[in-house]
Design a binder for this molecule. Structure first.
Ligand code: COA
Length: 163
């Protein structure tokens, strides 16, 4: 069985991430979405919340499972028996970032392969930070973020505004 790991911060999940996960789940028998617990960026959601929001977005896809992880991504791939790491590529700048990580990961775990899928056109310029900014300013991003995630962002922002 080919197991693929799709790691990321997912703060929160967007339709762009769901697009990559859904397409990967058609290629690989099992896809494990791995939510990184300690990225070096400011987060809106806890790890548990990010996992729950992604899980809700793919609940109709039986071969996708969503978990959290800490430590090296290649260590998580090995512990799962995943042969492949999946990443989405949007613009040219994603390529440079992926290139650097891919070589480091290959150095650490030569038998784990990287598969990059091109982000679909509507999601080429989407990022979680940009979407959070637009929602905070009252913009409509329903075509780019699952409805439950939009609601969670608004709720979290309202709570933060109160404190
Ligand atoms: N659609 C929409 N948005 C996308 C996207 C897509 N297809 N692909 C990426 N993005 C966005 C994300 O929302 C994110 O936006 P943000 O920065 O505003 O939050 C941004 O692009 C980058 O996300 P991503 O590509 O998922 O990278 P990441 O920084 O979230 O995750 C890890 C990077 C977790 C995979 C990487 O840091 C890692 O592997 N960490 C584990 C530790 C480790 O092994 N380090 C050594 C690696 S060599």
């Amino acid at each position: 069985m080919t197991i693929a790991l799709y790691p990321g911060t997912f703060d929160p999940v967007t339709w762009g991430h769901v697009d990559i996960a859904t397409r990967s789940a058609r290629i690989f028998e099992r896809l494990v979405v791995a939510v990184y617990d300690t990225p070096s960026k400011n987060l809106l959601f806890s790890t548990e919340e990010r996992v729950a929001l992604f899980r809700e977005s793919v609940r109709d896809l039986p071969n996708i499972e969503v978990t959290e992880f800490s430590g090296l991504v290649v260590a998580r791939a090995k512990s799962l028996g995943a042969q492949v790491i999946v990443r989405g590529l949007r613009s040219g700048s994603d390529f440079d970032y992926e290139f650097e990580m891919a070589f480091m990961n290959k150095n650490l775990a030569p038998d784990v392969e990287l598969v990059c899928l091109m982000a679909s056109l509507p999601y080429q310029y989407v990022s979680s930070s940009l979407l959070k900014e637009v929602i905070a300013l009252g913009g409509d991003v329903d075509s780019l973020v699952p409805h439950h995630a939009v609601e969670a962002i608004k709720e979290k922002m309202a709570l933060e505004a109160q404190s």
